[in-house]
Design a protein around this ligand. Structure first.
Ligand code: AMP
Length: 205
């Protein structure tokens, strides 16, 4: 968990590699649905571009589908989910059905000023969705596609996403803090590898 631009995707990818378990990022799944032009993608679009959350039932459907399968045995990382208390409760029900427990909630902490700067520098590939920084050249290092700003990284949308985070997502941390799942708080300011080290230390405790 963490506000927009905290580095959830970047750290999630590193952890996925380190632990060798699949990562389910609801934002990535929604962007993929938009690119594919599915009905869910079309519905999600107006919420995403306005910086609002996609309705809980849509998100819980995505997560239920992702976790169905052999996931319980291998473990998994959830990235950018749950973002509301209702989603956390829904996740609890899904995990109960699968007889799986969460080992930890990782909360990446980054001040607003850093977030606004990071998001204005972020570009994504129009074709494959890879995220790149300001120093990565003019075309996608993965597939050679065009790099564009993410549509929801416009300053006014970022402000709304931060408000939404404070109003709807921050309460999820309080909810987990009063549960039996350990919440690992990590300072998200630093280089990617510094933050990855903190995440690793935090979860190994
Ligand atoms: P992200 O890539 O995680 O920053 O997500 C981008 C956008 O997708 C968010 O601003 C929301 O509009 C939507 N989204 C992603 N995950 C969720 C979620 N768990 N609940 C509701 N909306 C979500």
């Amino acid at each position: 968990m963490g506000p927009p631009g905290a580095g959830k995707g970047t750290q999630g990818e590193i952890l996925e590699e380190d632990l060798g378990v699949p990562r389910y990022a609801t934002g990535d799944i929604l962007r993929e649905a938009r690119r594919a032009g599915t009905e869910m993608g079309r519905e999600a679009r107006r919420y995403m571009d306005a910086g609002e959350l996609v309705p809980d039932d849509v998100i819980l459907g995505i997560v239920r589908e992702a976790l169905a399968g052999e996931v319980a045995e291998r473990g998994f990382i959830l990235d950018g989910f749950p973002r509301t208390v209702a989603q956390a409760e829904g996740l609890g029900r899904i995990l109960d059905e699968l007889d799986v427990r969460l080992d930890a909630v990782v909360d990446i902490d980054v001040p607003d000023a850093v977030i606004v700067r990071r998001l204005s520098d972020r570009r994504v590939c129009r074709d494959c969705g890879s995220v790149v920084g300001p120093d990565d050249g003019e075309t996608c290092p993965t597939c050679g596609g065009d790099l564009v700003p993410r549509p929801d990284d416009r300053p006014e949308t970022v402000r709304r996403r931060l408000e939404v985070y404070r109003e709807q997502t921050a309460p999820v941390l309080a909810w987990y803090a009063s549960s039996t799942v350990p919440v690992v708080r990590v300072d998200g300011v630093g280089t990617v590898m510094e933050v990855a080290g903190r995440v690793r230390t935090g979860i190994s405790r």
